[in-house]
Design a protein around this ligand. Sequence first.
Ligand code: GLA
Length: 730
Amino acid sequence: MSIIYNENSRSFKLVAGNSCYILAVVSENYLAHVYYGTALPDDDLTYLLRLDTYPFTPEVNNRDRGVFMDNLPFEYPCYNIGDYREHALSIIDKTGSAACDLRYKSHKIYDGKPAPEGLPATFVNSPDEAQTLEIVMEDKSAGLEVTLIYTAFEKLNAITRSAVVKNVGGENVKLTRVLSAVVEFDTDELDMITLNGSWARERFVERHPIRRGKQLIDSLRGESSHQNNPFTALCEHKTDEDSGKAWGFNFVYSGNFVSEAEVDQHRQTRYLMGINGTDFEWHLAPGEVFTAPEVVMVYSDSGLGQMSRTFHDLYRRHLIRGEYRDKRRPILINNWEATYFDFTAEKLVKIAEQAAALGIEMLVMDDGWFGKRNSDNCSLGDWFVNEDKLAGGLKALVDKVNALGMKFGLWFEPEMISPNSELFRAHPDWAIQTKGRALTLCREQCVLDYSRKEVRDYVYGMIKNILDNANIEYIKWDMNRQLTEVASAALPPERQRELWHRYVLGVYDLMNRLTTDYPHILLENCSGGGARFDPGMLYYSPQIWCSDDTDAIERLKIQAGTSMCYPCSAMGAHVSDCPNHITGRTVPFETRGHVAMVGTFGYELDVTRIPQADRDAIPGQIEEFKKYNHLVRTGDHYRIGNVFEDAEWDAWAFVAKDKSEALFEFVQAVSRPNRRSRRIKMKGLDAGAYYYEESSPDVKLSGAALMECGVIIPNISGDYRSRLMHFIRV
Ligand code: GLA
């Protein structure tokens, strides 16, 4: 049993893998957080709440209610009833008051995991993989019920949480904040790890000790964003890759979010995650329901590496879906960096011919094939083929590419509308905008109001028309700007602040339609590179373009940061031409291949124009990718180097689950003079088994030696060099 209710202590114990999470109903039916950490045998740990000691029972006074409210580690804290720390729920009730007070009403425990309607979420493949606890909390005065939903996975240290708010009264209620998860820690001796960056340098790992007061990362951009990823880990100061405790939180959502830690007056830490409360409102009429998206919580008692591997296992099996989930992805060549907007069908066929001969399996036609689009200043929303560029139409091109034995993929940016487009001229009010204000353009484009079904239907109709008339086997779904002047022509003034969330729900609706109607199409998400690399998107697309920065050396940081919670097999990664278009750096072709192999793998270059030596290397590179891809997709990932601390080199490994083989990769980012060869310790092998490296089968070393003493990386001359080793168990 993963979830146990102890009637005596009125506490719930959720066991997930070797972690456990305990909460309890306390006096006056408040719900308190008791413990989250390593699994313990005890049935009752409510003594940890110390409800009979100061500050709950001051020595001289009767219990001061405000003191109680401001100190109890609440499971789902409410606003304006004496708990002055950050809260999960705030409302405006029929009287105009913001006070909100939730008390335990009932609960149920059952096998399996419910699927929230219209939202992405983790799932079970069979009901015995997890158990779910639903606790109904009520605020009688406001006429609200909030169901807190917890699912504990049986074999993984993973627990998911969400909240469903229902108006059970007879009056309208306005929700002004509905977070998804709160966890209380009885200490402030913690570091906070976040993934931050910008365009072309997404998800760099940042770590700092938490301090008194509030610290947060968030997004108010309408997408999860380049700047802050909806991920946070709290960990002990001493926690490193391989030891120490860590609690990871990841939000299964693609819009505005907040991830916040607050250290209070007693040095307790409250951690909160959910939809950003800034500019959020939701009107609930009697009988209506609001569902807060899911937060995934992962606990590790053996370092950040183990935390990441749990996320990877969870997402590979319980989040990512579709036919490609467990398959090697086709090796693609994308024409963006090869041609940008300057292409014709003829040029693409030439690229495809050359690519097919080298073993590349799919041609992806990127931006510029529709409307009158020859630069990024027009035509988004006009999803019909530009026959000036593609003489004979799309089908003729796709058929030619198919005849070469290659699949064909296509780029769309379905959420966008260019002011210079037929769509905008016909429906200017379909763009998100505030009446009477100038449109803030970004990349000369606006965002479509996806809260409106007629807008989604119309765009989907255009996409369907393309998909039904040519053999498209892959879609790159892009999203290249953030939201501003957020207002909808279809919503009344009092509902305008619902648009942020309604927009995201609209995006999910369209992705759901697309993946349901076209289950054979491989969907890759993208957002100006990696601005929407989040679990919400992973639910719809098994891969996401990691970053527009394809420079292999820059990718070391981007991919290592991304791997904190996202599986490498979901990272869109390509070999591109050099000097790199973003950094101007020239990296050996081999290193570019080794780094792209960590992800989905493909090419982003004009294969007809690269140096002959690089072209000649492609078939070998493809063979190498194919040989090791099963390890990337199904093995355990170990970060061995740490480029955030030592940018001179990086290394990582993918070890088969049964430890029978391992792929080890090393990159020397900077060459240093007068330096010895390096000794780098492997991770994740079977200590008691013997292994040989494929190129020297006679040298057998124990897993223990490889992990305790390391492998020797000979002195390599030159920057940006890489080495690959394949260890096989004897
Ligand atoms: C974004 C994507 C790129 C490319 C361009 C096309 O920037 O991240 O890969 O598709 O759009 O405009």
